[in-house]
Design a protein around this ligand. Structure first.
Ligand code: CA
Ligand code: CA
Length: 622
């Protein structure tokens, strides 16, 4: 009888090893981490799961707490990992209804090269390229669609569906990006988006953009999964390039287990009836504002199919923080961009940033804080304002500068319009602790494309690129801007997310090659490349101080300078030729008698003329 029982037990034991008894988040962890008290969320198959009694026998690893939830499918285990713990497979034993289940939870050795080979952070010395993996290049036709995903579509004729682009496609074009002078890639999110199509006014929309997470711990298999992601990062690092990952803490796709089958309803911000965010960031910091408006901003949902995550729930906070650390270590990324930053719980945001920086001292994080005011932008990052709550975020996506650049190029010169807008915006840098940490841009995946916005005017285009690569901050180029991709967000934002020509088989032209580009496109590409190449060696443009002069009749002069180098940038937005005299800007030009135009190579003397609608970027010399 006893023998019989043992055999049965063995089979049950073996069976429990075979069929996954629970899914674990995080899927695994690492030895020697600063974050060594890990909270594992275990998700079982049925509501009896939580009746199980867990235990752990592994040298240096202790189970110090067990938590239960309203939903019996879940347990949370608090695990303490001593610095002495060795890599291996931690066996989590769960005794439930007389059966012992073993769940393997691997402990990996830490990745080598923290701060030198990965987690290096991104600075104003970098040049960031933002791309959408689905729309850049299809490097692997075998992953275009999967019948076991909720959305099986892949059709390049449909703007709102997946187009088949993937991470291998990106890896294949690192040469191109490096030639352009790019040092850092920021891709829209690569996490799994196993969501069905959503009905939108302009048609059925897929999660091709990546912002509808259904599982943080998986890279979407349409992009090539974990293997392709790691390969891309490895290839980028081999070239000295860096990778920024795009995070979303604010919301999830409504097929995510955190919503469909949550441990308890308070993992999500719940409302009696659907309540959307008011999308008004002022309500978050307004000293005269109401709590009602602020709550709606922070806890209201972004859109109906994206449930709003409650980061005040400590389990949710741990889950998100651990994911951020886990992904940095697992994939070896260099920095983070955080989506919808102004919609999240503020205390949580400071916690997650602190945890990342404790683990990776050189890592950088910039948040998306879409706002037209400098106060709104500075509020969400380290600032010089005397406020009851202080954000610790290193930098923001600098929308006020972006809008001011557009106004400088498109508006007529006036008291507070045209290039005076740019001057006035930059004058408000007083609010930022370090404006060099802001990511600056001409356009992105949510904006009308820059070349269209400036009326496909090549002079204005060059002025914009000139500003992008000489103003303070981390410059970010949106994919295709270098080859004059154009369009407005009409009828949908997919119009500004078209496929990169040449990234997909059957494309009539390959714009990755100079031979595939038109003369005008090569002119644009070469302009970006020349300036980016100069910037790569220019300490003044990378990290120097800024001095700007009050614009006069459409003429705007500013300097970037340090002890080694002085760069004089002159923007003529008027329709008249302007005479520039170095002596008019003596505070910065004293001692310099000439200079060299960075783009044309022409040598200028103490006096020179600048044609209408041109920019000159001059390295001064004695
Ligand atoms: Ca593909
Ligand atoms: Ca929120």
């Amino acid at each position: 009888m006893k023998k019989y029982f043992l055999v049965i037990s063995f089979f049950l034991y073996a069976f429990s090893l075979q069929a996954q008894y629970a899914t674990l988040y995080p899927t695994h962890w690492f030895t020697g981490m600063h974050w060594n008290k890990v909270q594992i969320i275990l998700r079982g198959q049925d509501t009896d799961f939580s009746k199980g009694k867990p235990s752990i026998q592994y040298p240096g690893v202790q189970l110090v707490g067990v938590h239960h939830f309203e939903n019996g499918k879940y347990l949370a285990l608090d695990i303490k990992i001593d610095p002495t713990a060795k890599p291996g497979s931690v066996q989590i034993e769960i005794k439930n209804a007389g059966i012992t289940h073993i769940i393997e939870w691997p402990l990996h050795a830490r990745r080598e090269g923290r701060g030198t080979r990965f987690a290096k952070g991104v600075s104003s010395a970098d040049f960031v390229y933002l791309l959408m993996p689905d729309r850049f290049s299809n490097g692997d036709l075998s992953n275009d669609h999967f019948t076991d995903l909720r959305d099986t579509s892949c059709d390049r004729k449909e703007l709102l569906l997946h187009h088949g682009g993937d991470l291998k496609g990106v890896t294949n074009h690192l040469d191109y990006l490096q030639e352009l002078g790019i040092t850092t890639l920021w891709m829209t999110p690569v996490n799994e988006n196993d969501m069905p199509l959503e009905k939108e006014p302009s048609g059925m929309l897929s999660g091709y953009h990546g912002y509808w997470f259904t599982d943080q711990y998986k890279i979407d298999k349409r992009y090539g999964g974990d293997i392709a992601y790691k390969k891309l990062i490895e290839s980028a690092h081999d070239r000295g390039m860096k990778i920024i990952q795009d995070a979303v803490y604010n919301h999830i796709g409504n097929e995510h287990w955190m919503y469909r089958d949550a441990p308890s309803p308070d993992w999500i911000n719940q409302w009696p009836i659907y309540t959307g965010s008011n999308h008004k960031e002022e309500t978050v910091f307004d000293v005269n504002g109401s709590q009602k408006d602020k709550k709606r901003m922070l806890d209201g949902w972004f859109v109906p199919h994206l449930p709003d995550v409650n980061q005040r729930n400590p389990f949710v906070a741990n889950y998100l923080i651990q994911y951020a650390i886990w992904a940095t270590e697992e994939y070896g990324i260099d920095g983070w961009r955080v989506d919808t930053y102004k919609y999240c719980d503020e205390a949580f945001e400071n916690r997650i940033n602190d945890a990342l920086i404790k683990e990776y001292p050189n890592i950088t994080v910039f948040g998306e804080a879409w706002t037209s005011s400098v106060v709104g932008s500075a509020y969400f990052t380290r600032n010089n304002m005397d406020l009851p709550f202080k954000h610790n975020l290193l930098g923001v996506t600098d929308f006020p500068i972006s809008f001011a650049i557009i106004d400088a190029l498109n508006q007529n010169y006036g008291w507070s319009s045209g290039v005076n807008r740019l001057h006035a915006t930059l004058a408000q840098d007083i609010l930022y602790k370090n404006p060099l940490n802001n990511c600056i841009f001409l356009d992105n995946h949510d904006m009308d494309r820059f070349y269209s916005v400036v009326g496909e005017d090549m002079d204005k285009y060059k002025q914009g690129i000139g500003l992008l690569l000489t103003l303070r901050g981390i410059p970010q180029l949106y994919y295709g801007t270098e080859i004059l991709m154009k369009n407005y967000k009409n009828p949908s934002d997919a119009m500004v997310r078209l496929d990169f020509p040449g990234g997909f088989s059957g494309d009539p032209a390959n714009k990755f090659l100079s031979s595939g580009r038109t003369q005008l496109e090569n002119e644009a590409f070469d302009f970006v490349k020349t300036l980016a190449g100069f910037r790569k060696k220019s300490t003044a443009l990378q990290t120097g101080k800024t001095m700007q002069y009050l614009p006069s009749e459409g003429l705007y002069v500013y300097f970037r300078y340090d002890s080694r180098q002085t760069i004089m940038c002159v923007l003529n937005t008027s329709d008249k030729e302007k005479e520039i005299k170095l002596t008019d800007y003596a505070e910065r030009t004293n001692g310099f008698r000439s200079g060299k135009d960075v783009i044309s190579g022409a040598v200028i003397s103490e006096k020179y003329t600048l044609a209408p609608k041109k920019i000159s970027i001059i390295e001064l010399s004695k």
